[in-house]
Design a protein around this ligand. Sequence first.
Ligand code: SF4
Length: 342
Amino acid sequence: MLTTLDRSRPAPLAYSPAIAAETAPLYARVARVVPQIEWPVHAPYIAEINRLKREMNAVILAHNYQTPEIFNCVADVVGDSLTLAREGAKTTAGTIVMAGVHFMAETAKILSPEKTVLIPDARAGCSLAESITAADIRLLRQRYPGVPIVAYVNTSADVKAEVDICCTSANAVEIVESLGVPEVICLPDEYLAQYVATKTKVKIITWHGHCEVHERFTGEEIRRLREGQDNLIVLAHPECPQDVLAEADYVGSTAGMSDYVGIHHPKRVVLITECSMSDNVAVQYPEVEFLRPCNLCPHMKRITLPKILAALQTRTTEVLVDPDIALRARRSVERMLAVGRR
Ligand code: SF4
């Protein structure tokens, strides 16, 4: 059989006994969720990325939805998008590589304007962030004059610059109530806004954005998962539809779900969210059995070890935010952080 070499792709890095020895402790950490057969492919990239980031004074921020070999083996800071941006701002490193999607890299740049922020694949978008624009916000202001607008951090810098305050899935109820008004627009995630509405007396006006990963779960799927599994604990993200949340034992943010496992140590658990999150929490809690109904985020999965290495080597793609937009967007994020400090 004839095969044609694809010369546009760099040859994979070679696995050697020295790299095997150097990366053995990292493999021990992820052995539960990364098959042994994959390690010779990942290990040379992990070794080279870790060498290069030290040489360049760079840090890698990795979201919970990144694959275990990225999350556990090359990241310096891990967590949800806000944790990444806040911790990224505290580092003394001059370069941040965002192993996440574009709005996360923008948020990191907004909070660290003096740093170089790189994203390994500039096409890593988000269905939720793309569901609304700054022009939509201006139209909402005309339609609902005087009603404050709360934007989930899963939005572009342009949108953050137009709204009154940001929120995360962990603090959305607190942020809405902090405004002290009877009516609030909460966007862009319709399901998160509906969930907030069940937890407050404030009237919530919603937008029609959805996360393409969480919206695919159904209540019927959860009921099927529970069949024959009396002790299964179901944790669900509030970006899921209401019939899913109604079936869950606990509803919470990515950090909230991880904390729940750490505090309660359930015998058997399922996380109704992006599937790499489950793998990454499983690494921390080997005594817990995780069921894995797998919905992947195609945007998050654009980030790979070879692309992280290329981003460091070529210092691309740099994420830039217009300084005026960055200033206004930063105010919305800082107002949210100030509520947390009250
Ligand atoms: S999981 Fe959903 S909200 Fe997160 S990046 Fe993917 S599409 Fe966006």
